[in-house]
Design a binder for this molecule. Structure first.
Ligand code: HAM
Length: 419
């Protein structure tokens, strides 16, 4: 029989590494929650049209990387390549913009892009994202960037940088586009590139080919075309970042991979990851909701790549020191088969009281059971035989120091709760 394998290029997490994945994801989520963001849980697949209209046809994501298929009812369905379009669809469909604005939501889950797999680039990957909808205000731009930065600092990451730019408002972009299109029309480009530039001329800044990069070296930059309002907003975002001591670099050539961006846009980049160094990015998307048929509300958000952030943490050696592995409090061993039922009940009751504990299963001799206690990583272990049951008292052994102390069996729960 053929050996079954996971599909090519997907990321998977299993013990012991999965605890670090969980730690990273929960740290990112926590930073969103303490900033007032609420959970949004959305479908993994949506109508294909949502992403074509929302993410944009000029993007690699839509033109090359979507997992699109026909469902049994003949509808075109796509596995979500990103989270923002789905959030907007749901906000419009359920009139969530009638609630207090800004509407602030977070989400977390798997996303799908048929990219060429390599280290840090997967076909199924994980994001934690936030969106703040209904307010065009530099304070909220700052808040969104700070939520990500706080999470990275909480994780203990040091070798990362923040690039920011502004794509301006519609007025700024229209006057820049005119000059950029005129500049591009004078270049000697192949047909596919001309077509791409026709959909979104900014894409050419993102072209990795040296000849295109060279040709674009003197292209007009959007930052020089900002309207007065956009310029003042962008200036304010920078001041707020400076006040918060969040370091950043202005990168006027930064192009995000999705078409909906306007105003403040940003990317976090790790120095430790090689080619796939983007650990998170986002920005404002002021026309998106209207484009998808909703009210003309502004929004800003980010998507953080949990897989890459985990890789960055590992590359920086963070888990050697700062993570407290989720630890069991107690591991209990029955001395003989006679006490198994008693221990099983005791473990169940301790768990009911919220104490994390486990026991040695199977018919292993004491030595083997002690090995299981070691491997479990529990803080304490205890062996219960007929003597302990009779006396109602047991020695609990600190697995680090080797020291033991006597505790009444019926006080075990209180003992561990007070620890
Ligand atoms: P994005 O820049 O396309 O933005 O993705 C965000 C992050 O997801 C990237 O910085 C990267 O860490 C991770 N990522 C993307 N593709 C892959 C992949 N193939 N393998 C591993 N990690 C990957 C968005 O998705 C926007 N929805 C963010 C946003 C929210 N903008 C406004 N609101």
């Amino acid at each position: 029989m053929r050996e079954l394998q996971a599909p090519k290029g997907v990321s998977e997490y299993f013990p012991p590494r999965s605890q670090y994945f969980e730690f990273v994801r929960e740290t990112l989520i926590e930073s969103a929650k303490i900033s007032g963001y609420q959970l949004m849980e959305l479908p993994v697949f949506e109508d294909t049209e949502l992403f074509i209209r929302g993410v944009g046809e000029s993007t690699d994501v839509v033109s090359k990387e979507m997992y699109t298929f026909e469902d049994r009812g003949g509808r075109s369905i796509t596995l979500r390549p990103e989270g923002t379009a789905g959030v907007m669809r749901s906000v419009i469909e359920h009139n969530l913009d009638k609630l207090t604005l800004p509407l602030k939501v977070w989400y977390s889950g798997a996303y799908f892009r048929a990219e060429r797999p390599q280290a840090g680039r997967y076909r199924q990957f994980y994001q934690v994202g936030i969106e703040a909808i209904g307010l065009n205000d530099p304070e909220i731009d700052f808040e969104v960037i700070a939520v990500a930065d706080r999470a990275f600092k909480k994780l203990g990451l040091k070798s990362y940088r923040l690039d920011i730019t502004s794509l301006g408002d519609a007025k700024s972009r229209a006057s820049h586009r005119k000059d950029l299109v005129a500049y591009i029309s004078k270049l000697n480009l192949d047909e596919a590139t001309v077509k791409k530039a026709g959909l979104n001329p900014l894409r050419l800044f993102d072209d990795k080919r040296p000849e295109v990069q060279e040709a674009m070296a003197k292209a007009p930059l959007l930052l020089d075309y900002l309207s007065e309002e956009s310029r003042v907003n962008f200036q304010r975002v920078q001041e707020l970042l400076q006040d918060a001591k969040i370091e950043f670099t202005i990168n006027p050539r930064m192009v995000r991979g999705l078409d909906y961006y306007t105003g403040t846009t940003f990317e976090f980049v790790s120095d430790k990851l090689g080619a796939q160094s983007g650990i998170g990015g986002g920005g404002r998307y002021d026309g998106l909701m209207a484009e998808l048929g909703g009210n003309d509300l502004s929004g800003i958000g980010f998507g953080l790549g949990v897989d890459r952030i985990l890789l960055a943490c590992e590359a920086e050696g963070i888990f050697d020191s700062s993570v407290n592995n989720p630890q069991l409090d107690l591991f209990i061993i029955a001395l003989t088969a006679e006490e198994k039922g008693y221990v099983s009940n005791l473990v169940n009751e301790l768990r009911n009281s919220g104490i994390s504990c486990d026991m040695a299963y199977g018919d292993r001799a004491l030595k083997g059971a002690m090995k299981s206690a070691d491997k479990s990583g529990a803080k304490f272990s205890a062996v219960i035989g007929s003597d302990e049951i009779k006396s109602g008292s047991v020695a609990i052994k600190n697995m680090d120091s080797g020291e033991s102390k006597e505790v009444r069996i019926n006080s075990l729960a209180t003992e561990f709760k007070s620890n």
